[in-house]
Design a protein around this ligand. Structure first.
Ligand code: NAD
Length: 512
């Protein structure tokens, strides 16, 4: 067990959170604490807080705007040096921060630590990137002319994040946004504000030590109303939002209506295709980790297995046996495989999805249900379950953020690809096969329609080096590695004439 009080004190987090933070000196408005962060691990209240009001929100935006005026002039490699120092501080705080992520969100301690590692990794990536924000040089069609492009920062980047990756997703955005010369306003999920304050404290210390304005990193504690203020705010040129498709449609519409930019990272409905040429042991590990890891609360969680009829029964038996070995309980205890859902309303959604599945004709081969008893007193622990379904059930096309795994049988590989793609979401996908033709077909233009497509790996656990995101109802945004940084900058094309003539493009003559 962990001593949460001493972790909070080492991370400098008070049990009363302020409605906003813009550096080491926090807002002074102490009120009643109308909202709480409750740990799904044991049902204890971690901290209380009030949501930010519009007046204070406006103050924060002005503080961020002012900070941008200084930060944008600091050379990108120097900005990278600040991100490097932030990563150093994260390394020192990794154990405390990882445990806090685990306790506030409910994921396993290993996954909590992994999330902090992901923050460190993206910072390292961003440090290198700070010397590589390259533009191209083009050949002008006109003599004695030079043409090139350069990338400038946008200004304030608004980051709206989900509860399930309470800190990593912020860092994917913030580390890139900062080296690109932007300042950030982060609105974390109202379900996980404590870990956010802990991260904000760390970056604030780094900024203060370097004599930089606090407003380079701002934190606002709010719910969807604050998210809506950000989406409608013309002072925020880019809103990067991670969460449900319902949320993303609202944010996308509001930002689009003012012709702002958005990066949308929304829900998934991820499948693994298990072919006759699969290594079934690999398929088993990938499927189970994908389905029950983080209690099925990853955007990349495996929700559907599309299994060839020739291996279907054998694989189903293996799966049922493996599910019997799963230990459910306190995620801070390393012997448990599955922790709690985030809150009781998530448990209600899980139970109602099971009912809907049964009503549509689904047959559960591993039963679900809510767990009772002393070690499950938070009311958030459920049994991972498995159902045999038909691919066209409505519930199968819906993302239930819980450990429910659907089994679907197929005959022809084309049919498997059709089933894999025939859902509204398009985030992650995988095929387990030793057959080169199937693997290449799956990755081809007529294969998976997802933003992530893997061979002999499951659907979850992406690395930061690649661009992360998905298509269709997943929102189309890309974050993290590759050239995702370009979304955080504005491109400018420059043409310079160093001749003594003024020739026009396309050979146009304009004589006076
Ligand atoms: P959610 O949509 O309920 O909330 C996400 C965030 O959006 C929160 O900060 C919330 O306050 C805010 N919000 C809600 N409605 C809003 C609105 N109308 N305008 C502005 N902001 C609003 O999601 P959640 O339950 O916290 O997270 C789970 C969901 O997130 C799942 O669907 C999961 O797949 C998705 N997710 C996607 C990715 C990805 O990268 N694709 C990563 C993690 C989570």
């Amino acid at each position: 067990s962990i001593n949460i009080q001493s972790i909070l004190s080492r991370l400098g987090v008070d049990q009363y959170l302020m409605p906003f933070y813009t550096g080491a000196k926090h807002s002074e408005t102490k009120k009643h604490g109308s909202a709480q962060s409750i740990s799904p691990v044991d049902g204890q209240t971690i901290a209380v807080f009030d949501l930010i009001d519009e007046e204070h929100y406006n103050d924060v935006v002005e503080i961020a705007k002012k900070a941008f005026e200084q930060w944008k002039f600091i050379p990108a490699p120097k900005r990278g040096e600040i991100v490097r120092q932030f990563a150093e501080r994260l390394r020192e705080s990794k154990d405390d921060l990882g445990a806090l992520v685990s306790y506030e969100m409910g994921k396993s301690l290993q996954e909590g630590l992994g999330e902090v590692q992901e923050m460190i990794d993206i910072c390292d990536f961003a440090v290198g990137l700070s010397r590589q924000l390259h533009g191209l040089t083009m050949h002008s069609e006109r003599p004695l002319h030079r043409m090139y492009e350069q990338w400038h920062p946008l200004g304030i980047v608004g980051i709206i994040s989900a509860f399930n990756f309470p800190v990593a997703v912020w860092s994917w955005n913030a580390a890139l946004a900062w080296v690109c010369g932007n300042v950030c306003i982060w609105k974390p999920s109202e379900k996980t504000p404590v870990t956010a304050v802990a991260c904000q404290n760390i970056i604030s210390e780094v900024l203060e030590k370097n004599g930089l304005p606090a407003g380079i990193s701002c934190l606002v504690i709010g719910d969807r109303n604050t998210g809506e203020l950000m989406s409608n705010d013309t002072r925020i040129p880019l809103v990067s939002a991670t969460g449900s498709t319902r949320m993303g449609k609202a944010v996308g519409a509001a930002v689009g209506a003012r012709l702002g930019k958005s990066i949308l990272e929304l829900g998934g409905n991820n499948a693994i295709i298990i072919t006759p040429d699969s290594d079934l042991n690999m398929a088993l590990i990938g499927s189970i980790f994908g389905a029950v890891g983080t209690a099925g609360q990853r955007c990349t969680s495996t929700r559907r297995l599309i299994i060839h009829e020739s291996v279907y029964e054998a694989f189903k038996e293996k799966l049922i046996n493996a599910y019997k070995q799963l230990k459910i309980g306190n995620p801070l205890d390393a012997s448990n495989h599955v922790g709690p859902l985030i809150d009781e309303s998530a448990v209600e959604m899980y139970l109602s999805s099971i009912e809907k599945c049964i009503a549509e004709g689904g047959k559960f081969v591993v039963d679900g249900g809510k767990l009772e008893g002393e070690q499950y007193s938070s009311g958030c622990y459920v049994k991972p379950c498995v159902a045999e379904v038909s691919a066209d059930f409505e519930i199968v096309k819906h993302e239930t953020f819980a450990p429910i795994l659907y089994l679907i049988k197929y005959r022809e590989f084309d049919e498997a690809i059709y089933i894999q793609n025939n859902v509204p979401q398009g985030l992650s996908s995988a095929v387990i096969t030793n057959n080169l033709r199937e693997a290449e077909r799956f990755l081809s233009v007529s294969g998976s329609d997802c933003g992530i497509a893997n061979v002999n790996i499951g659907t979850s656990g992406a690395e930061i080096g690649g661009a992360f995101g998905g298509e269709k109802d997943t929102g189309g945004g890309r974050e993290s590695g590759s050239d995702a940084w370009k979304a955080y900058m504005r491109r400018q094309t420059n043409t310079i004439n160093y001749s003594t003539e003024l020739p026009l493009a396309q050979g146009i003559k304009f004589d006076l």
